[in-house]
Design a protein around this ligand. Structure first.
Ligand code: ZN
Length: 285
């Protein structure tokens, strides 16, 4: 198995929305914000190569919306989706599987692009199967007022039409060494990959624990549809991760790519924080 991580881009989002009921006085001590109260998030994708599969986890915003949309999002930095893949040795045709944790625009937008005629849409990874959980697909195509800004039909419907969609129904081992936890607090059917790598479990924490600052059980985003479920799901994952000595990989943390965990008087917290390229050094902790 081969694992590689890259950052598609950074973007900005309201700090208050990212930390829900936590007062700014507290969250701003651990995650800095600018004069408009915006914080910077990364958009890391993980590529997993295992037994004939090249799996891309999440695809970033993509580029289909207009300039105003992207000005609002404030995209900057990063390697780009196709640029980042190229830098680690992959062309779009090499990707056999696109694993979408969920269908919010910053996670799935890059999976669909505009066709040359500028009107139609097509898959960015033409040879890939696109994996989405069944509850997330059902929820997203139905859409709802609360998440309407996040579920964009041009990101979602072309996947269904392409015939490349695989709906994941259970918490199963989807690929050899690659299992899935299905969550409901952030949005119904958020999939969190647990990857067995050299006898160690690596968790891509996605929007369940977007940054290191979100490890405390009640430090959650106000984007979450059902925050009590998020708390339960984090408790379940962090408990298993502490016992099993998992390594957490963060999709959104601006500065920290990975961490190990320890129990403290306040609960489970990050222990060592390190870059993904140093992951092997943390296998015997
Ligand atoms: Zn999300």
């Amino acid at each position: 198995m081969k694992l590689q991580l890259f950052n598609i881009a950074n973007f900005k989002v309201d700090g208050g929305a990212m930390f829900g009921v936590v007062p700014k006085l507290l969250w701003s001590r651990v995650y800095s914000s600018d004069e408009n109260n915006l914080i910077t998030l990364a958009l890391r994708s993980l590529v997993v190569e295992t037994e004939g599969h090249v799996i891309l986890i999440d695809t970033g915003w993509g580029d289909k919306q207009d300039e105003k949309f992207f000005r609002h999002v404030n995209l900057h930095g990063g390697e780009g989706l196709l640029g980042g893949l190229k830098n680690i040795g992959y062309n779009p045709e090499d990707i056999t599987d696109v694993f979408l944790t969920h269908l919010h625009a910053d996670h799935c937008g890059g999976g669909v692009k505009r066709a040359v005629n500028g009107v139609d849409f097509e898959l960015t990874f033409p040879g890939a199967t696109y994996h989405v959980s069944a509850p997330q697909w059902e929820w997203a195509v139905k859409n709802n007022l609360r998440e309407a800004d996040s579920f964009l039909e041009e990101n979602i419907l072309p996947i269904g039409k392409s015939g490349h969609l695989n709906l994941v129904k259970n918490e199963e081992e989807l690929f050899p060494g690659f299992s899935v936890m299905i969550c409901y607090g952030h949005t119904p059917g958020l999939m969190i990959p647990l990857i067995k790598y050299n006898d160690k479990i690596i968790v891509y924490t996605g929007d369940l624990i977007p940054t290191v600052a979100h490890i405390p059980l009640i430090w959650n985003m106000s984007y979450d549809i059902e925050s009590l479920k998020t708390i339960d799901e984090k408790e379940r994952l962090l408990g298993a991760a502490l016992i099993g000595k998992y390594i957490l990989v963060f999709q959104h943390d601006e500065h920290i790519e990975c961490c190990t965990l320890e129990m403290t008087q306040k609960g489970i917290r990050a222990k060592d924080k390190f870059d993904f390229s140093d992951i092997l050094q943390h296998f015997n902790f």
